[in-house]
Design a protein around this ligand. Sequence first.
Ligand SMILES: Nc1nc2c(ncn2[C@@H]2O[C@H](COP(=O)(O)OP(=O)(O)OP(=O)(O)O)[C@@H](O)[C@H]2O)c(=O)[nH]1
Length: 400
Amino acid sequence: MYADVPTLMATILLASLTMAAVMVVVGWGMRREGLQLWAGGLAVHAAGYLFLALRGQMDQTLSILAGNALTSLALALLLAAVGRFYGAHHRWLALMAPPALLLVGLSLLLENYSARVILSGTLYAAQAGAVAVALYRRRNETVGRGARLVTAGMAVEALLMALRAAGAGAQGADRLLQTGALQTLTFFGTFIVLLVTSLGFIFMTKERADEANRLLAAADPLTGAANRRAIIEALDRDIGRAIRTREPLALMMIDIDHFKRVNDIHGHLAGDAVLRSLVSLIRQRIRTQDIVGRYGGEEFLVVLPDTSLAGVQRLAQDLCNAAAAHATSYSGQRITVTISIGVFGGRLEPGDSWDLLIHAADRALYRAKDAGRNRVETTPVLPRAGTASPHPETFPATLQ
Ligand SMILES: Nc1nc2c(ncn2[C@@H]2O[C@H](COP(=O)(O)OP(=O)(O)OP(=O)(O)O)[C@@H](O)[C@H]2O)c(=O)[nH]1
């Protein structure tokens, strides 16, 4: 099936304009996400196709030069949009080099159709490939599937354009301008890529906003640690994994000693600063897979997957010493506190639940307080038998 080229061009033009309009609406007020740049790229793409489609009804040189330079500029804007999404600084000179190069090259090759297709196809392929590579490099920083759509779409576009250039090189014929299998393939391909990548980019911004909201909802606003619900959910999830893998799991319950005095002597805001600096002290010492969460006022939980009792004991003692040696500066005052830590560490069995672990760590903490504070107490034992639910009020709705 060979399709009529002007019809295909008009379809791409309309699709570009429609997607640009959709992005302007979706991205209103989100300038930093790059949606506006992507929409600008689509609008420029539409303008490029208008010049290309009007060949025969306008000056041919203008149609060729403007049509191709604008198409290349559109791809440069898409690359800029991806850069903006990741907060990178634009290197406008490098971005504008391909359209400028194309403009100069095509002016010199006006009489040679296949050379023009080879040049433009090669440059478009490089530009689309650059977008795919930029996204692929940042794959670990990206949440969701939107970026994968854009990466795949741009890789396909690069391939199509390379094919187009190679086809022109092989055929060396003016046939490409008319309807032909390759021509139809590249136009249909570009049409699909345009829709897939634009939707993918919208998903990217949406997924990132969702992730930011999710993190915000899971964080304790004062300290930035996971909030009570989030830390219990993390503990519950890691318990399930530890039971499956038979790896040990550890839990620390950390409580600031005589914290009431800090508030009474230095004020509540100074107390808040102490809480924040304790969390950063903990964070400096734990691994990336460990999670710290605020369980209550001045009580924190740290969940440590794949950690033995001996390992967590060393870490807890180190934390205890570090906290005692640390002073929080707050409006000219230097506030020192000590902490007590109750630790559970060991292997779990099917049926063990998060409230058992919290109960075990809580009991150890109680012993640490009882033994004079500023110390670590550990237990490898869970209060399994006859302990129905020591903290029934702490069940988050999602875990019931
Ligand atoms: N500044 C501040 N204080 C808090 C916050 N949440 C709870 N607190 C205070 O933490 C203190 C906890 O006091 P207690 O439970 O008596 O315990 P403690 O004084 O630390 O004594 P021990 O735990 O027995 O060593 C109370 O004074 C609470 O007001 C908070 O977000 N900010």
